[in-house]
Design a protein around this ligand. Structure first.
Ligand code: GDP
Ligand code: IMO
Ligand code: MG
Length: 459
């Protein structure tokens, strides 16, 4: 059977930890979209593993697959594999021949477009990894695929078509001289050819490329179990998210079929687990009706750091939850749980179970609020509207729950669900009821042992 792990909100819900939690029973862990814009964390045995491309099952020694729906930067892939090897892991990663390659010029273009958009306050706040430009070229039928790296003639032909276009885009549309960029080789066919032909050679030598559809279908036929590791989250899905403040792929459950080539019926026969952070965090721009305070530069219309009650609360949650960018140290935007957002997410994904993380982070607060519905133009609505402009106008109507105390969470995880403080259980049960999906796991800390397991989807 398959288990699909999906972010129900805006990313960073703790997907990596849940993949690790249930990963023991999986034989293969496959990513189906995104690239090194993801940052998944697994904490086990005093060690913290940060994974951006290698599927999180690597911590348990599982085979990892990067499906055709992923975009792959071979530089970061091989760097990450070496870093994990230095930590004593031995990642076995297979890459779909149909997956697209993030080229150095994609990263440069990601940066340029964000700069240009920022002049009119329209930047998305991307991770700068070249994700959007790579998916654009995929849709434009001018991309370079992993399979192309293995055939030097094809690789050269692709580069000779696409690179002059990118050079012209930089010079003629953006009016920037390529030679003055930090990395002019990103637009040089010969330099790209040499570097990426070698990556192709290495992928071939290490037998890393697969037809993902055949590989996963065969694995299933042999009785193996497959886990899908979604990256990002539903509200930054390019179709179902808060366009244009989204990533360029489909983190939602349907993406697992399209992004790997395992048939949708098989995936639907399995379980789809929604990963929910007990509050909200957001990296980048876009509306957030339940936001507490704001972050200058990311929160729309928020130009000066305030110091009100909500700011204090935001700082508290941020500190307790470690909601600071892993690379930049930049504070993440935080807010209360947003039920209209989660109802939308549950509908789009068809969750069969939920893992609610970071319940420990809210411990110690007198009360915990939830945006239960929105008011939009004088009407109460229960799900997210489709346009960003409407979502921006939504005002959250809150429900207030009594807070729960700080306790020995590891002991709670040991004892099980009933040991969770009663008020926290009330909160969890409200979420489960509203989303019509049972609680499978409750995260009470970052470690594998700091999770209350109610249900194991593989059992
Ligand atoms: P992902 O992108 O969805 O895999 O999530 P990230 O790894 O980016 O962010 C989640 C962060 O919260 C990581 O630092 C995790 O170790 C940590 N984390 C996960 N679950 C919990 C939890 O239940 N409680 C606490 N306190 N931290 C958690
Ligand atoms: P994980 O898998 C949180 C956000 C970026 C930006 C938008 C588009 O760790 O949950 P992109 O570089 O993808 O074009 O950026 O999406 N974003 C994430 N936010 N977690 C992630 O991944 C994210 N991946 C992208 O901040 O707002
Ligand atoms: Mg993350």
């Amino acid at each position: 059977m398959t288990v699909t792990i999906v972010g129900s909100q805006l990313g960073d819900e703790g997907k990596g930890g849940v993949v690790d939690l249930y990963g023991d029973a999986a034989d293969v862990v496959a990513r189906y979209q995104g690239g090194d814009n993801a940052g998944h964390t697994v904490v086990h045995d005093g060690e913290t593993y940060k994974l951006s491309l290698v599927p999180s099952g690597a911590v348990r020694g599982k085979v990892g697959v990067l499906g055709n729906g992923c975009v792959i930067n071979p530089r970061t892939l091989f760097d990450e594999i070496s870093t994990l090897q230095e930590k004593g892991l031995n990642p076995d990663v297979r890459v779909a021949e149909r997956a697209h390659v993030i080229m150095p010029f994609h990263r440069v273009l990601d940066g340029i477009e964000e700069d240009v958009k920022s002049e009119s306050d329209q930047e998305v706040g991307t991770t700068g990894r070249g994700i959007g430009p790579t998916y654009e070229d995929k849709a434009g039928r001018r991309g370079v695929r992993i399979g192309d790296l293995l055939d030097p003639d094809v690789l050269r032909e692709r580069l000779e078509y696409v690179v002059p276009q990118k050079r012209a885009l930089v010079e003629e549309v953006y009016d920037i001289a390529v030679e003055e960029l930090d990395d002019p080789d990103a637009f040089d066919v010969d330099a790209l050819f040499e570097e990426f032909r070698e990556f192709g050679q290495r992928l071939a030598d290490e037998d890393m490329t697969v037809n993902a559809s055949a590989f996963l279908t065969d694995a299933m036929a042999d009785g193996e179990t497959v886990m899908f590791e979604g990256a990002q989250g539903t509200i930054i899905d390019i179709d179902h998210g808060n366009y244009p403040y989204v990533t360029s792929s489909n983190p939602t459950a349907g993406g697992a079929a399209v992004g790997t080539g395992l048939d949708p019926g098989t995936i639907a026969d399995g379980e789809i687990i929604g990963i929910v952070k007990a509050y909200l965090s957001r990296v980048g721009s876009g509306p957030l009706p339940t936001e507490l305070g704001g972050v200058v530069g990311d929160t729309p219309g928020y130009d000066e750091q305030g110091d009100g009650e909500n700011e204090e609360l935001a700082t508290y949650i941020r500190e307790e939850g470690g909601e600071y960018g892993t690379v930049t140290g930049r504070p993440r935007r935080v807010g209360w749980l947003d039920m209209p957002m989660l109802r939308h997410s549950a509908r789009v994904n068809g969750f069969t179970g939920l893992a609610v993380n970071h319940v420990d982070v809210l411990a110690g607060l007198d009360e915990v609020k939830v945006g239960h519905s929105y008011e939009l133009d004088g009407e109460e609505i229960f799900t997210m509207p489709a346009t960003t402009e409407e979502w921006q106008r939504c005002e959250a109507t809150f429900r207030t729950f009594d807070g729960w105390p700080e306790v020995d969470w590891e002991a709670v995880a040991d004892e099980g669900y009933e040991a969770i403080p009663e008020n926290a259980r009330t909160y969890l049960e409200y979420v489960a009821e509203e989303l019509d999906a049972p609680i499978y796991a409750v995260g009470v800390g970052p470690g594998r042992e700091e999770t209350v397991v109610v249900e194991n989807p593989y059992e």
